[in-house]
Design a protein. Sequence first.
Length: 342
Amino acid sequence: MAFNFTVQRSMDKAIELWSSIPQAGHWALAGVGALFVARKALSFLQLLLNCFILSGTNLRKYGKKGTWAVVTGASDGLGKEFASQLAAKGFNLVLVSRTQSKLDTLARELTLRWSGLQTKTLAMDYSQDNDADYERLAQLLSGLDVGILINNVGQSHSIPVPFLETSRDELQNIVTINCLGTLKTTQVVAPILTKRKRGLILTMGSFAGAMPTPYLATYSGSKAFLQHWSTSLASELQPQGVDVHLVLSYLVTTAMSKVRRTSLLIPGPKQFVRSALGKIGLGGTENFPNTYTPWWSHDAFKWVVENTVGTTSAVTVWFNKRMHVDIRNRALRKAAREAKKQ
Ligand SMILES: NC(=O)c1ccc[n+]([C@@H]2O[C@H](COP(=O)([O-])OP(=O)(O)OC[C@H]3O[C@@H](n4cnc5c(N)ncnc54)[C@H](OP(=O)(O)O)[C@@H]3O)[C@@H](O)[C@H]2O)c1
């Protein structure tokens, strides 16, 4: 009863306030409202077009058959898939990653599958930040017609962990691999692209970089760093004919995510990379230019968050924290069970 009375009084007050505004004010407010709704409707339309209708820039823009593509973190997960799908499209490959034996196996598999494919491999541990490795990369690329760089290498926390309990090694490796590794590799490859006035640089970002993620604080910060760096670089290199994009992703079933089963929201690497290479540059609904979210359900999920609570709001951070505390607790329980078995 008291509640109904309060609601009635609030409505009366609102009507009184509305009546006190001059007619021109009504039109102005209606105009602002209409603009807001139109903006949201256009953004939703763009989302639908990006997810289900439009194709991105054709890879042929960046080189003909036999042009080289450099893929970092190429021996597993998304990097392995980028390499396989670029080989299928006729690009020769420079495969860079930590484990030589895995690189050799992949190079052998791909050259057996695609006749005429040429590959070069470089085993380097990005966590060592060794200048000699970057020199070896520069030498390997010398004289090659490189058209594409896929900055895919990355490391996350082994399990979600409070920042104050993160080991020095883990935080150092995450920043060195994700940030310094990507920057230094780009400084080796990008001059080749600008010289030929044509090229593509894709860098793997993450939802953890778009939405602050407690318990993955260092990884989240490293991917946010890549967002600003990549968008800035895109603006610098665009006049020189090089397209630079950050690729945003929620979970994909790889060793890093530790998710084994695909679902509506979690694709496998093959599906994800097919979208990433098929939808290059389809932004428009993103907060940052030269950024796109290739997998349709990731894009739809992010659109809903952006247009409701917001990707960087306190609600989103709270939800992310709850989710990662839960993942941490489950991981700790699993580790305890396994320790008991031994
Ligand atoms: N999977 C996801 O859910 C997800 C979501 C968002 C963003 N991403 C991003 O996507 C990228 C690829 O992730 P992924 O899931 O495919 O990872 P992954 O399955 O763990 O594969 C990582 C690759 O990077 C290589 N690598 C790791 N540490 C290295 C180091 N220190 N030096 C050289 N190479 C190293 C690995 O080489 P070895 O095989 O020799 O270990 C492997 O080839 C990362 O940047 C990640 O942040 C992934």
